[in-house]
Design a protein around this ligand. Sequence first.
Ligand SMILES: Cc1cc2nc3c(=O)[nH]c(=O)nc-3n(C[C@H](O)[C@H](O)[C@H](O)COP(=O)(O)O)c2cc1C
Ligand code: SF4
Length: 377
Amino acid sequence: MTRLLDAPERFGPLPQMGGGFIDAIEQSRLVGRGGAGFPVATKWRAVAKRSGGRAVVVVNGAEGEPRSQKDRLVMTWRPHLVLDGAFIAARVLHARRVILYIGERHEKARSAMLRALGERTEPEGALVTVAAAPARYVAGAESAAIHFLNDGVATPTTAPPLPFEQGVDRAPTLVQNVETLAQIGLLARLGQAPATTLVTLAGAVMRTGVLEADRGTTVADAVRGAGGPTESPRAVLVGGYFGSWVEPEVAWQLPLDHETLRRHGLGLGCGVIGLLPARACPVCETAGIMRYLAAESSAQCGPCFFGLRALADACSRISDGSSDGNDLSRLRRWVDEVPGRGACRHPDGAVLFLSSALRVFDREFANHRAHDMRRTA
Ligand SMILES: Cc1cc2nc3c(=O)[nH]c(=O)nc-3n(C[C@H](O)[C@H](O)[C@H](O)COP(=O)(O)O)c2cc1C
Ligand code: SF4
């Protein structure tokens, strides 16, 4: 079985693909790799039904998650596979445009994609353009991508229609992550999508970076494959900033696939696996990430803008010892008030992350609080 990063850098002309290809995607049970893990076939069918020869395919290479590197890697080292996936989507969905939406800071990835585009001699039948995604966390959200491509503003939009109904230039639009499209490329070429997932190992691991995990690979296998932990970890962040802290003894057993993790009430998100060393302060680490996520809100929805700021401030007060002693109970109350009240998943993701911190670092949060109370007494 070919793996994504072992595949030839370039295959020949694209195979012919019709509507039946969506059935093949369905059978492969491929889910999106940009974070939400949404079934790819469902999205393609929704766009195909409305296309009328006008659809647009947006290749999402924004990769705004600070610790993720896998999208940059796949664009840099397997740009033809990403383009294969994008052009196959364009054919199957009768799209007239393909837009490469690549993070403005990912210069190497953009150059590789442009070089690959220049190397393709076969007519692709769709107009290709390139757009630089602003370096903001929310710019990678699909409605933000469409807002940016239509109006030059990379903030999520707050109302329907959804992209598959009316996206770029009001045409039905497919927004798909670059790793997902590379998987599609291989599925079309080989008749089977590789049973692999790209993950980025970060934090207290010997070799940080991207690893292609076969189905069944556990977090422990992946960390071992990266040379092991640099020191004993206090917790593992599974799924990046919209993911969850997990106790190491639980995390080691977890398989790196979206479906199984979902059954454990977790998510692989954008594939970041981060090891927090035992000597680091988990409260300070959590407060830092919450401050970042609060600052990245696009400030359009009150519960997201004000709610995340209040949560981040309370975390910071606990971490720096300036709390009045009530911040921990405030956090526990407020985490239930924010989810589902924004136009995009940003606040939900942030609160999922914070809730896991309150659970896993219960002791540390309580000790910080006790320490603060001693100081203020
Ligand atoms: C705040 C936020 C940021 C996101 N950032 C990215 C990103 O940088 N890259 C990406 O592919 N998807 C990102 N997503 C997910 C996209 O909205 C969308 O689900 C994805 O691009 C669809 O492709 P996929 O189905 O292949 O994963 C983000 C979502 C949210 C809510
Ligand atoms: S939920 Fe937050 S990030 Fe999403 S659109 Fe509203 S303010 Fe912006």
